[in-house]
Design a protein around this ligand. Structure first.
Ligand code: 0A1
Ligand code: ZN
Length: 883
């Protein structure tokens, strides 16, 4: 916790360390009220910096530690021989190489921040990224210091039969008093952020994988005994990820054993510790009875993400935390391509783009906007952001688009070969791609240094007499904090030109035939492309597959969008056209509602929706995506000043109007899908797609208020063979006016699933998101539920997070009650878990989007928070929000 102003750290101040740590030997003695950590470090002067042999002081990072013993080269030091303050331990070495042995005492049981060594339930576990290792012992806790670790864990055998750390087990034995020990050795040098330890009473799912060179890897998933039956999907996902990384990137696993451990209390999704991934249980456990299809897909993606880090992150790591996107952007790109290969590529892309536009675009337009490679930070935990992860992945995707599959692979091969075992920068990554391909990405690198979402405005002209079609591109990137002026970026635009039948024309540019689809690079602020031999005026299909993370505008009429939604041969852009039409319609309805006039339904939207609902040839998952209206969050993002009430009203009105207009088609398709899905549960992609469409239709149909539909919904809730269908029915009931059925379903659900924390998280979320008035009171009441606790991040996200991020109409209530409620929760949580508290500030930080009255109310709450004694985490976000 802070009293004085926290310090800002700058990328430009980066300096290599004065000393290296070649070997790190750790011994943990775990007890019920504390732990002792003995470390023995082999240190060596960084002679590149200090070639003259002068020995600078050694300063190690350390926080919240009780230092019990310091031994320098076998000599125990007295208190006058070293200096300790809140963040560090300093001493003066006498030689260029030396051994330092330390003993610290820590209290994992009282570690509520879940950073460092802590307890989750009865289990000990660690979270060291980014700077958690310094809460375990004094160390050079920075990613460019890579060391070989050997770890011994000693604990009571009865309570902690399983003792794990990174690498391979090398020895074990018994101590008196019922204690036992296990030693682990990790042969690969690694930064401290990849260190992990687990001790607990865990059961094991075991399998094996034979690598491309024929090595047999022991695969282990450790969970608490009651979760033993919910690990199969994670294990399958792991094996698929291992194969995929061999096939697509030529990357083979390197240790003999790969372990995943599920813990209930975890700040993020999961962590890629070398050989010992620690997961939030929500990203491991999946069984059809308890997890939705979405949860299954998340497990698959997160397992893959952490596994892929073994190369993109662990073997090649980051020089400093400003380079975080080096591992995260690349790894998100890798996991999203993996998911695309395992499921529907187009649907995966639609999901990713939808998420990016509703969330990352908002971040890029807000007070915390920062480049993919930030220039400065106060608290690095605040920079595990959508910009570093998702926009970073988009940047890597553009490089992939520009180089093509083969060129990109040549580049990554060179990157892994050149930098294996090193801690490097985003520039090193780009350089490897350039060198392998003879490419020049100097302008492209602005994507790493400039924040903000570029706007790409396109207009066109057709010259019939010359058969020429001109596309004029104009790019502008708005100012962001600390960056008033931006330079033009490289924007790859994948595109085609369609004739009146929706057929792609052959593209000719500067005398060169490019085929029917091309990627053109826009590099200037203003640029015109002249297509030749264009026989009739075309309709452009632009930015296919969302080939660059920009805000594209082209003056499409609603009729143009209808045409593209029906005829564009590119599936992604068909969806994009339907989405654009829905956004346009909704924006029109918001304006009409604000003007106090009655709303009317544009039949063209009904027509598009009908055409897909009745098209049994089209992938059901695509249909589900096309009929899903843009979220309220996205409508807020695209509005100049967002009127949340009008947005909520218009969107709900449109949903109901569509349900009424399409009632019979929707009902027929719902019934057909329900009949087809009855019987044995299937986890196949096509069964998932069917469930997704069926449940989306049920949501619409319930808005008709018909008793018959209510009966279908109740039947689905009661008879469902899986959680996807049951939860969808619950959502529909909870959002319906049928109070008695709603309360009965909630009570039934709670009774049945009380023993399953992850299922109960859904129960909390469904209620927190229900948009009827009075949601805040309901949330406050739910906070008193015996299964709710502010100490578990999943519960906080499920109830508080869902309310403030997904229930916009209630959160933004004009009396300010939602804002005051959130401020209270942030202040309360900051005392126990600053990382989670800081993430909750986001909705308040977006105050500039709203009307004056709400702006004042939101700012008032931010100021109230700022007046408290705060962690650096919350201080940074709140102070930047108010700046
Ligand atoms: N590297 C992990 C994410 C992660 C980051 C920080 C954490 O604690 C503060 C935990 C996990 C990943 O990308 O999966
Ligand atoms: Zn990651």
């Amino acid at each position: 916790m802070r009293t004085e102003q926290p310090k800002t750290i700058y990328l430009k101040d980066y300096k290599a360390p004065d000393y290296w740590v070649d070997e790190t030997q750790l011994t943990f003695e775990l007890f019920e009220d504390h732990a002792l950590v003995h470390s023995r470090l082999a240190l060596r002067l960084n002679s590149d910096l200090h070639g003259d042999g002068a020995l600078p002081a050694l300063t190690l990072h350390g926080q919240e530690l009780a230092l019990l013993k310091v031994v320098l080269d076998e000599r125990e030091l007295g208190e006058g021989d070293y200096q300790v303050d809140d963040d560090s331990l300093s001493l003066q070495p006498a030689d260029a190489t030396f051994a330092l042995a330390l003993t610290t005492r820590i209290e994992p049981q009282n570690n509520t921040a879940l950073e460092g060594l802590y307890k989750s339930g009865s289990m000990f576990c660690t979270q060291c990224e980014a700077e958690g290792f310094r809460k375990i012992t004094y160390y050079l806790d920075r990613p460019d210091v890579m060391s070989r670790f050997t770890t011994t864990v000693i604990a009571e055998r009865e309570r902690y039969p399983v003792l794990l750390s990174n690498g391979n087990p090398i020895a074990s034995g018994e101590h008196e008093g019922g204690r036992h020990w296990v030693s682990w050795e990790d042969p690969f040098p690694k930064p401290a952020y990849l260190f992990a330890l687990v001790a607990g009473d865990l059961c094991l799912l075991q399998d094996s994988f034979t690598t491309m060179s024929g090595r047999e890897i022991d695969l282990r998933i450790y969970v608490e005994p009651e979760n033993r039956t919910q690990c199969d999907h994670a294990m399958d996902s792991l094996k698929r990820s291992m194969r995929w990384d061999e096939e697509v990137y030529g990357r083979e696993y390197d240790l003999d054993i790969f372990m995943i451990v599920a813990v209930n209390d975890f700040n993020m999704g999961a962590m890629e510790n070398k050989g010992l991934n620690i997961f939030n249980s929500s990203c491991v456990l999946a069984h059809q009875d308890t997890a939705t299809d979405m949860a299954f897909q998340r497990v698959e993606a997160v397992v893959a993400h952490e596994y892929f880090h073994n190369w993109s992150g662990n073997r090649v790591t980051c020089r400093d935390w400003f380079q975080l996107s080096l591992k995260e952007g690349f790894t998100v790109f890798r996991d999203s391509e993996f998911s695309a290969d395992m499921n529907s590529r187009t649907v995966k892309r639609i999901e990713d783009v939808t998420f990016l536009r509703a969330n990352q675009f908002a971040e890029d337009a807000g007070p915390m906007a920062h480049p993919v490679r930030p220039d400065s930070f106060i608290e690095i935990s605040n920079f595990y952001t959508l910009t570093v992860y998702e926009k970073g992945a988009e940047v890597v995707r553009m490089l992939h688009t520009l180089l093509g599959e083969e060129g990109f692979r040549k580049g990554t091969d060179l990157y892994f070969e050149r930098h294996d075992g090193q801690a490097v920068t985003c520039d090193d990554f780009i350089k490897a791609l350039e060198d392998a391909n003879g490419a020049d990405f100097s302008q492209f690198k602005r994507w790493y240094s400039q924040a903000g979402t570029p706007r790409l405005s396109v207009t066109s002209e057709y010259d019939a007499s010359r058969c020429e079609y001109r596309l004029h591109f104009n790019q502008v990137c708005p100012p962001t904090p600390g960056q008033p002026d931006k330079l033009p970026q490289v924007i790859p635009v994948r595109m085609a030109l369609l004739d009146r039948d929706g057929k792609e024309m052959t593209l000719r540019l500067n005398g060169e035939a490019l085929g029917t689809e091309a990627v053109v690079s826009i590099t200037e602020a203003e640029q015109t492309l002249v297509f030749e031999n264009v026989p009739t005026c075309p309709l452009p299909s632009l930015l296919r597959g969302f080939s660059a993370p920009v805000k594209l505008s082209y003056p499409y009429s609603r009729d143009d969008r209808v045409f593209l939604a029906k005829h564009d041969p590119d599936g992604f852009n068909r969806w994009e056209a339907a989405q654009g039409l829905a956004v346009d319609v909704l924006q029109g309805l918001v304006d009409i509602h604000r003007a106090g006039r009655p709303l009317n339904l544009d039949q063209r939207l009904v027509d598009v929706m009908r055409s897909v609902i009745t098209d049994s040839e089209l992938d059901a998952a695509m249909v589900a995506e096309i009929i899903r209206l843009p979220s309220e969050a996205y409508l807020v993002e695209v509005a100049e000043v967002a009127d949340v009430d009008a947005i909520h009203f218009a969107r709900e009105w449109l949903r109901r109007a569509l349900a009424v207009a399409l009632r019979d088609d929707m009902a027929a398709r719902y019934q057909a899908l329900a009949a087809a899905g009855a019987g044995e549960f299937s986890p196949s992609a096509s069964a998932m797609a069917d469930r997704s469409l069926k449940n989306s239709l049920l949501g619409y149909l319930m808005l008709t208020g018909e008793q018959e539909v209510l009966n279908w919904c109740v039947r689905q809730f009661v008879e469902a063979s899986n959680m996807t269908d049951r939860q969808a029915a619950l959502v529909a009931l909870v959002n319906s006016p049928f109070e008695q059925q709603r309360e009965a379903a909630l009570a039934d659900f709670a009774e049945r699933w009380a023993a399953y924390p992850l299922v109960m998280d859904q129960w909390f979320s469904v209620q927190a998101m229900a948009s009827q008035p009075g949601a805040l009171e309901r949330v406050q009441k739910l906070m008193e539920h015996p299964l709710f606790t502010m100490r578990n991040p999943n519960k906080v996200r499920a109830l508080i997070g869902a309310f403030v991020n997904q229930n916009l109409a209630n959160f933004h209530a004009i009396d300010g009650s939602g804002y005051a409620f959130l401020a209270d929760r942030i202040i309360e949580l900051d005392r126990s878990n600053p990382q989670i508290a800081s993430r909750l500030v986001t909705p308040l930080s977006r105050w500039r989007k709203f009307d004056d009255e709400r702006q004042a109310l939101m700012r008032e709450q931010l100021s109230r928070i700022l007046a408290e004694k705060l962690s650096p985490d919350v201080y940074e976000v709140v102070s930047k929000s108010l700046a």
